[in-house]
Design a protein around this ligand. Sequence first.
Ligand code: TRP
Length: 455
Amino acid sequence: MTQYAHGLKRVGFTSGFGVLAATLGSAVGLGNIWKFPYLTGANGGAGFLLVYLLATLLVGLPVMIAEITLGRVAKANPISTLQALAPRRQPWWLVGVAGMLAAFLILSFYSEVVAWVFAYVVKAARGSILSSDRQVTEAAFGALISDPLQSLLWQWGVLVFIGSILLLGVTKGIEALTKKLMPLLFLLLLLLCLVSLSLDKAADGLAFLFKPDFSKITASVVLTAMGLAFFKLSIGMGTMMTYGSYFRDEQNIPLTTFRVMTADLCVSMLAGIAIFPAVFSFGFEPAAGPALVFITIPAVFSQIPMGQWLMVVFFVLAAIAATGAMLSLMEVPVVILNERLGLSRPKATLLTLFLLVLVGSGCALSNSTLAHFKLFGLTLFDLFDFVSSNIILPAGGIFIALFVGWVWGIDKFRLALTNHSQLHNEKLVQAVFLLLRYISPLLILIVMLKGLNVF
Ligand code: TRP
């Protein structure tokens, strides 16, 4: 028997492949193409990658399984899910509230990066950025982000675009589109890898990406890597709980999760292999920060015939991947406002968009008008990024793990994960449960406290 927190049957994904594609659509995004390379570059390369992989396996995977499972059992938004599954008077639903806050923070800076991607589609078509000269590509990116009007208008454009998709109810269409186009993104990344690997200092780039220098792994590097693991898998704030609520009852959750994680890692690795050999060959700075991808990718495309048009295609595909991720992020506040406050879906969407324009503009202006407005030494863009990835998502992860491990308990967890004894994955269930009960929360806590310099 399935419990419905609202007594309603909800619409859900209709096929096993659809579930996989939608979940992957949330995970794969600018996190792979933009964030992964820039953080790996800024945090010393291979050592960071290694810690990120460990965090994904020991923390990311179990928390993702937990989230999807809770969502599927309760079939409701994150707040109602935790309220329905927790004993009376225990305020676990606050995790859902924190998740909604995180969604706004993430969307605020994410929409600005999507804005840069959109702007790059146009710039690429005009041919003004295609060059292997570092000064040219850096100047082009600098001109974009330091122009307040362009930054704002592109971001609002992105928000209106996403909003229209939601209001027209064509999210399904977008999911179908993503499903069809992602193999193309994969191929294009593969092509970029080949080009990048043929450059003269490719070996240096590969060494940077794959030969760990352990002296570079500090507590804050570990926290950043763990934050990336959460961000990449869209966990710690209710997105996966919400998607879990659309999962079919016969779906194999651990298997789906494992596939999503593997495919997601592959995309990130391809992005890394496309970028770092080029960084070293063309004399870019690996630690260039959020600009890294935008200044390096044009240089790689400048090396191939029809590079200009392939670059247009690349940024269009990146925009589509990012759209899937943004839709999944927006789904959290929209579903909460809809199911908890009783707003209609269109009203909930408009309210979310309105708030995003307000908060997001602060991030759009972080490299121009508001460049000197800093809190804790960070611009709003960096602050929202830092607080969401390194504090709210991991903290959410701790609570979700503890909730399953200590409150919900092994029996209900086993029943849900074995699809009521249909699947024979007992050992796996036990291992994941042990991770959730002891190891993941403890690891996250230690990494957070150390990384934030609490002790
Ligand atoms: N995982 C997406 C990416 O890498 C971003 C994303 C979508 C996300 N939904 C999320 C991050 C929920 C954190 C939480 O681009």
